[in-house]
Write a protein that binds this ligand. Sequence first.
Ligand code: TYD
Ligand code: MG
Length: 471
Amino acid sequence: MAKSAARYVCQSCGASAPRWSGRCEACGAWNSIIEEATREAAPKGLGTRGGRRIEFVGLSGENLAEEPRLATGNAELDRVTGGGIVPGSALLIGGDPGIGKSTLLLQVAAALAAGSRGARVVYISGEESTDQVRLRARRLALGKEGVELAAATNVRDIVTSLETGALPAAVIIDSIQTMYVDTLDSAPGTVAQVRSSAAELIRLAKRRGFALFLVGHVTKEGLIAGPRVLEHMVDTVLYFEGERGHHYRILRAVKNRYGPANEIGVFEMTDGGLVEVPNPSRLFLAERRGNVSGSAVFAGLEGTRPVLVEVQALVAPSALATPRRAVVGWDNARLAMTLAVLEARCGLAVGGRDVYLNIAGGLRIEEPAADMAVAAALVSALEDRPVPDNIVIFGEIGLGGEIRAVSQPETRLREAAKLGFTAAWLPPRTKGKAKLGSELALTEIAHLDDLVGLIGRDARGARRQSGLGAE
Ligand code: TYD
Ligand code: MG
């Protein structure tokens, strides 16, 4: 006889606890734990009878052909997925509500169906009525052929409808948090429902061989189960991010069983929906004003694609006992480290000042290679001396103030040259590796001190004596 028991499950990470508490011990989220009823079967030893014998095979075999891929016709999505979607695979697209997930997938559905393949594409919305989706499609001026719409939330109905009939190329579920399986008591959006619904749909996708897109909302309050609880079940995890105030949207692969992770796709949100941005550097640098202090251009790399962005810094005298450190688009701890190195190794007094750092354009940078560009922007702001605007910068900073080599300098420099930059500040022993030389004037920087010297007046001693850095 099945036993009914209550358990307390964190809606953010899926960890379960024996009793309720205000904060999840596993992931640290607040107010994310809710009670879920489960019918637990009594655990029983399996014994050795009844199982089927598994065939073991060698590591090498005949079926080593590349997985067939289906290009979606959306260049940025194809780039992020590593060349198109794989039939029978499951993709999770996570992001804040209102960021544009439904818009993106509706466009992708139309593109898939419209392409020469004329594939059947199924779009199931659990949030909007079919009329609302139609209205959106009309506003986006999407082709009408091939996309089949439904408003449904019961997974049993969905599975029954897709079990037979013409095989769709792709099925889109918007969103997984509205879906439910009727054998569970818990409400849609709870960890148990999200997991079971996804498991059922993924099983169907594998059995029939269509690509499954699952939309997952991310909420800070943790009231609905986050896509994190699904990350291990799907083949590909994409996050759609961007600042609300900006038009740019970044689609980032954080896990990809069929391609490189960390690849990004860039879109611009317009009146006519999401527009692919083939050259993001141009976009990110569009609003840059040349020759102002506190600005430096970082030659970055997102996945395989070089991306140039402007790093902006502002350093101001602080009225607070603990000066403010505000960062947008870059890691807080990394900024603290850079400031500490500037202070301890280069004698720059930043301790008593407010520091603001911003990656222009709304991109979030993860690469340590941005260290030196960040330092340049900080030093430039502190000294009120602009970094010449024809220069790109990259390099990682060590705790001793030494500059470290970073990956693929050549790719970064090529992009910089393409965008009209004429010089670069880069880590030592890079010139030889980056067989480029001719187009850009390369300056190798071995230590942060050299960078400070290049930007500032080289009057650190004088500044200290005058008390400029000590207020
Ligand atoms: P949506 O795709 O509904 O977000 P999600 O599914 O991630 O919750 O996007 C809604 C936002 O996008 C909304 O704020 C309006 C904006 N938007 C445009 O700017 N242009 C458009 O053509 C469309 C369809 C939406
Ligand atoms: Mg939506």
